[in-house]
Design a binder for this molecule. Structure first.
Ligand code: TUI
Length: 312
């Protein structure tokens, strides 16, 4: 299934791993890239030195292309943007903001720049600024989200830009991949299913929560202060939503979630931790290797799209 994205990134399959904070570290990124997809190191809120080490560790595990996701609210975003250039990373995706100020530096270094966007306006702005592709991420996604669904956002973005579009949000099998292609995407970005990959270092308690999740088991916190974050319902979301409904100030809510993602991913605290996951968690039923996940998805999608002969 060749597309402009597989050509641009030099990957075998049009499947890109989400840049999940804490989750997208070097074991997962290397495994996805080795399996023919595009693995990513998620900078999340990590310091620049840590990101540099992660990049070097992926390189020790694979010769295949990989990228870095820069979460733009990271206080060290400027330094990480430079690390990406210094380490010769070929692909960067960005999230939770406008990467405009880094574009010239990255383009000059030959880095392919793929901003994650949640609206047509943002996608168009990124194309004008020189982005090589955009991710159109629907609100089915886990983590920080916009308001449009994948079903509505992807075709509208695809009609609004000439650069290739990568669909994200609610995609976890070959049906989702095939559907995304029908909506005008040339690849998908997948996060939630990769949380439970054999190679993922996410704590077993967290993986079990994703595997057990049903279709309606996620909640969106932070809507009232403009930072909506999708995560699986637990003690933390109940407490957060109770306080949010009661009009608690932003600072208090921020304090409540400080370090909570790390608590869930690293310590396995599924009670007070933040279990970021998308609405498609209900479809994710088994721990598999990244290769098994990717090959299974490709088989399903190719059967649906009739692309076995390789023209697309
Ligand atoms: O960035 C994400 N998902 C994320 S980031 C993240 S980090 C974190 N958040 C809370 C607690 C702990 C850690 C978790 N999940 N997805 C990509 C994405 N980007 N979704 C929406 C956006 C977005 C939003 C606004 C992109 C651009 C934008 O524009 C702002 C502007 O400046 O115009």
């Amino acid at each position: 299934m060749k597309t402009r994205i597989t050509d641009m990134l030099g990957i075998e399959y049009p499947i890109i791993q989400g840049g999940m904070a804490w989750v997208a570290e070097y074991h997962l990124a290397a495994a996805v890239s080795e399996a023919g997809g595009m693995g990513l190191i998620g900078a999340g809120g990590a310091p620049a030195g840590f990101v540099r080490e992660q990049i070097q560790k992926v390189r020790e595990m694979t010769d295949k292309p990989f990228g870095v996701n820069l979460m733009l609210m990271n206080p060290e975003a400027d330094a990480i943007a430079r690390v990406i250039v210094e380490e010769g990373v070929k692909v960067v995706t960005t999230g939770a903001g406008n990467p405009g100020k880094y574009l010239a530096m990255w383009k000059e270094a030959g880095v392919k720049v793929i901003p994650v966007t949640a609206s047509v306006a943002m996608a168009k702005m990124m194309e004008r600024a020189g982005a090589d592709a955009v991710v159109a991420e629907g609100c089915e996604s886990g983590g920080h989200i916009g308001s449009a669904t994948t079903m509505t956002l992807v075709p509208q973005v695809a009609d609004s830009v000439s650069i290739p579009v990568i669909a994200a949000g609610g995609i976890a099998d070959g049906r989702g991949l095939a559907a995304a292609m029908m909506l005008g995407a040339e690849a998908v970005q997948m996060g939630t299913r990769f949380i439970v990959a054999r190679e993922s270092i996410v704590h077993d308690n967290y993986k079990k929560k994703v595997l057990a999740a049903k279709d309606i088991d996620s909640e969106v916190t932070g809507m009232s202060h403009g930072h909506p974050v999708r995560q699986l319902r637990n003690q933390m979301t109940r407490e957060y939503l109770k306080r949010e409904k009661g009009g608690a100030p932003f600072e208090e809510l921020e304090q409540l979630t400080l370090g909570a993602l790390r608590k869930a991913v690293v310590e396995g605290d599924v009670v007070n931790g933040t279990l970021m996951a998308g609405q498609i968690a209900g479809l994710v039923r088994e721990e598999q290797t990244c290769r098994e996940m990717i090959l299974e998805m490709m088989g399903q999608a190719e059967a649906l799209l009739g692309t076995k002969s390789g023209h697309m």
